[in-house]
Ligand binder design. Structure first.
Ligand SMILES: [Fe+2]
Ligand SMILES: [Fe+2]
Length: 301
């Protein structure tokens, strides 16, 4: 087993032993005793020795429980910048897409469909090839903030309570806050995170209006609504072409969605819908494979 895995294992156990509601220094003795007890069985003895010498320093424990731990780490650890080209970034985005979507059967194919639709719309609108790739990346991670929403809410079969709806509403906010930590992703972040904003300012969470909403964000909003109403869900079929076109046109008329983008979608409806459908089918296959493999892992344990 690589040393990195041993280190992570020890760190994970230490974190689990900490009781956040209690003062930290008073817990050090107990935590160290438990770690020492498992030296040579659960943990590498030489790693336990290193941990014991670290544990005598108060700052280490104060850091662990500090609410500013992320900025402390950012300041303390040397990060090595890596260069990713757009296709590398797309591969990372696809990985995150699975992390976001595969939490629930109800969302298993959603980001794939949004990504494929947004990319297709961007192509028709006249975005460059690179911008189309960026749009696809933004589509894959537009619901990243849903990781902050508990599964019970995502999967609730009946109507959401007011509080639950407030929690759902936080997801584009978290998408934005997570992605803004990487400044090179600024454009992609804006395209991804503003997908619930509406041209008339009635969207959320920023309530940007009209000209404050970049074209990429408007495309994402249309792609997200289109996907939400046309995708099949386990409890209902997606809307027909007529019905979906009607809903989108109504939203454009009400100045919620961009009417040019909606018109572009309606003109190319069949092509876009078949691209979306193919993305749904491919993602569903991946999801089934993932479930099969994770079922296998559970069985092994
Ligand atoms: Fe969303
Ligand atoms: Fe979405």
């Amino acid at each position: 087993m690589p040393i990195g895995s041993h280190i992570l294992h020890l760190a994970d156990r230490v974190d689990i032993l900490i009781r956040r509601e209690k003062e930290i220094l008073g817990q050090v003795k107990g935590i160290c005793a438990q770690i020492r007890e498992n030296s040579g069985t659960m943990f590498l003895p030489e790693l336990v020795d290193v941990f014991m010498s670290l544990s005598t320093k108060e700052y280490f424990w104060f850091d662990i429980v500090s609410p500013s731990i992320s900025s402390i780490l950012k300041f303390r650890s040397k990060t090595v910048p890596i260069d990713l080209d757009i296709m590398d970034l797309l591969n990372y985005a696809k990985l995150f897409r699975k992390i976001i979507d595969f939490r629930s059967r109800l969302t298993a194919t959603h980001s794939s469909e949004v990504a494929a639709t947004a990319e297709a719309l961007a192509k028709y609108i006249g975005f460059s090839e690179r911008e189309c790739h960026m749009m696809k990346i933004a589509g894959c991670i537009h619901d990243l903030g849903k990781l902050a929403v508990p599964n019970e809410i995502l999967e609730k079969p009946n109507k959401l309570s007011e509080d639950e709806f407030y929690i759902i509403k936080s997801h584009p906010y978290y998408t934005y806050r997570i992605l803004e930590t990487i400044s090179d992703l600024n454009v992609i972040n804006v395209w991804a995170s503003l997908h619930h904003e509406r041209l008339d300012g009635t969207g959320y969470p920023f309530h940007y209006k009209g000209e404050n909403l970049p074209l990429g964000s408007r495309i994402m909003a249309v792609a997200d609504v289109f996907t939400a109403i046309t995708e099949d869900r386990p409890y209902r079929k997606g809307m027909s072409k007529d019905k979906a076109s009607q809903v989108l046109q109504q939203m454009a008329q009400n100045s919620a969605l961009d009417s040019n983008i909606v018109s572009t979608l309606i003109i190319h409806y069949d092509e876009v819908d078949s691209i979306r459908f193919a993305a749904q089918a491919a993602a569903f296959k991946e999801y089934q494979e993932f479930k099969r493999q994770s079922g296998h892992i559970n069985w092994l344990q």
